[in-house]
Write a protein that binds this ligand. Structure first.
Ligand SMILES: *[C@@H]1O[C@H](CO)[C@@H](O)[C@H](O)[C@H]1NC(C)=O
Ligand SMILES: *[C@@H]1O[C@H](CO)[C@@H](O)[C@H](O)[C@H]1NC(C)=O
Ligand SMILES: *[C@@H]1O[C@H](CO)[C@@H](O)[C@H](O)[C@H]1NC(C)=O
Ligand SMILES: *[C@@H]1O[C@H](CO)[C@@H](O)[C@H](O)[C@H]1NC(C)=O
Ligand SMILES: [Zn+2]
Length: 418
């Protein structure tokens, strides 16, 4: 090939790629992204002990998320995960959850680029106001400590979605992970209390998130929920057979529920290898579209919740590269508008509509039985006997914290006596 040929080809190539960059920018300004999952609050806890005063969220070059790059990536709304480690289950999970809600609420109030939103209408308005909408989503049902009143109070604080498990089972639902041995389910991946949680979330208008649950639990929830549900950060099991991903048969169940799968970008869930690139990610989108259509797909990056991301998608400014690749693979602008934001807004609308239909239902008073929660920290409202010790019905447990818990229980019982 002659030099002139090369030059002509090169200019043609820059022209075309320049054109597609413009096209992506134009599309994403009209349909800016709503991302399903980001663990920035976890990093604030881990790196800064939640001392927001010590950080500048506009520029956090040591992690993948900050306001400057959210703008560059055309991110208009972010579901921020309220996540506490499974190790806090049956201990101080509720306090830690409150602290994570606090730090996200503070961040989204103190930085004027952000705005906390709690309804589909507020989400739509935030786009007109050129704000990045923050949505609070609890990751892991252990955060509610098997209490529907706690769930309701989290709703009052602005939480609008909850994944039923993280990597640990709860007393009432099963995780996809076998990392923790407790609360293992034999034949009951969603217990009757678990069903009550699903019903109460439907009644409140809280989006049910099935990422991290076992497939059995996901199936049971899909059968039971009156409203559409989401996988906020999971990918295709056919493309990468990791248990965190969703098999085709379950995708079809999700479709019947009118739900949404927001594709996780974490390398391990994309290529099942140590490395991945944008082609691998686009393969997930192509496959899921083939199985259930573009109107059931979204994006749930999992930035800050995982360490390794595909080449070209390393931080929150890089989403346009993915949209460019999907355009190259003949996705239409309508389909891309759907996966960028319209699908999520439809789900949120439908969840709210179901809440409105259930408006005459009273708050659920279902309580989990003590037998189902192996937790010595739970206070049993009962007078101590004359020796001051709690005689019957203590839970057998090898837990180290038990003496402390018992002391607290005793103290509280004495206070009640006063
Ligand atoms: C962000 O902070 C880093 C390191 O502190 C600095 O090098 C960089 O210039 C800053 N970027 C912006 C956009 O302010
Ligand atoms: C699971 O439960 C069903 C009905 O509830 C029962 O027929 C089946 O035998 C159970 N399986 C196991 C392994 O316990
Ligand atoms: C869900 O419903 C389908 C049929 O509608 C049934 O075959 C299946 O056993 C149910 N699964 C669970 C876990 O409830
Ligand atoms: C991604 O990696 C695969 C090999 O694993 C390669 O075939 C493909 O061309 C790469 N795509 C990009 C966009 O670099
Ligand atoms: Zn997660």
């Amino acid at each position: 090939m002659s030099q002139t040929h090369c030059i002509i080809l090169f200019s043609l190539w820059t022209l075309i790629s320049g054109y597609s960059d413009d096209r992506v920018r134009d599309l994403m300004s009209r349909y800016p992204l709503i991302d399903g999952h980001n663990d920035l609050a976890l990093q604030l806890r881990k790196l800064h002990n939640n001392r927001l005063n010590n950080v500048n969220v506009n520029n956090m070059s040591n992690i993948a998320t900050d306001i400057t790059r959210l703008h560059a990536g055309h991110v208009q709304a972010q579901m921020f995960a309220v996540y506490v480690m499974c190790g806090a289950q049956d201990k101080d999970a509720v306090r830690l959850t409150l602290e994570q809600i606090d730090v996200i609420r503070r961040m989204c109030t103190e930085y004027k680029d952000f705005e906390l939103v709690t309804s589909a209408q507020e989400l739509r308005n935030s786009k007109l106001r050129h704000k990045i909408a923050c949505m609070l989503s609890i990751e892991g049902g252990h955060s509610i400590d098997s209490s529907l009143p706690a769930l309701r109070m989290f709703y009052q604080l602005g939480v609008r979605s909850m994944s039923l498990t993280h990597t640990c089972n709860t007393p009432w639902a099963e995780s996809s992970s076998k990392l923790y041995m407790f609360y293992q389910k034999q034949n009951d991946s969603l217990t009757s209390f678990g069903k009550a949680v699903v019903e109460e979330m439907n009644r409140l208008g809280m989006i049910i998130d099935l990422s991290h649950t076992s497939w059995g639990t996901a199936q049971a929830v899909l059968n039971h929920s009156k409203a559409p549900v989401i996988f906020s950060h999971s990918s295709s099991y056919t493309i990468c057979n990791n248990d965190r991903n969703v098999p085709d048969w379950l995708l079809k169940e999700l479709k019947r529920n009118r739900g949404l799968i927001m594709v996780n970008l974490h390398t391990n869930f994309i290529s099942c290898k140590k490395e991945a690139n944008i082609s691998h990610v686009a393969d997930h989108f192509d496959h899921i579209k083939r199985i259930i259509g573009a109107d059931s797909i979204g994006i749930g990056s999992d930035f800050e919740g995982a360490v390794s991301f595909p080449k070209g998608l390393e931080d929150v400014s890089k989403y346009p590269a993915l949209i460019k690749e999907l355009l190259r693979r003949n996705w239409t602008e309508q389909e891309l508008a759907d996966i960028l934001r319209r699908n999520f807004i439809r789900i949120f609308d439908e969840v709210e509509k179901m809440r409105d239909q259930l408006v005459y239902e009273r708050p659920s008073e279902v309580q989990i039985s003590m037998e189902e929660v192996q937790n010595p920290c739970r206070l049993v409202l009962r007078h101590p006997d004359s020796t001051g010790s709690l005689s019957e019905k203590s839970h057998s447990s090898s837990d180290q914290s038990r003496p402390l818990c018992l002391a607290l229980v005793l103290l509280l019982s004495n206070l009640i006596l006063l």
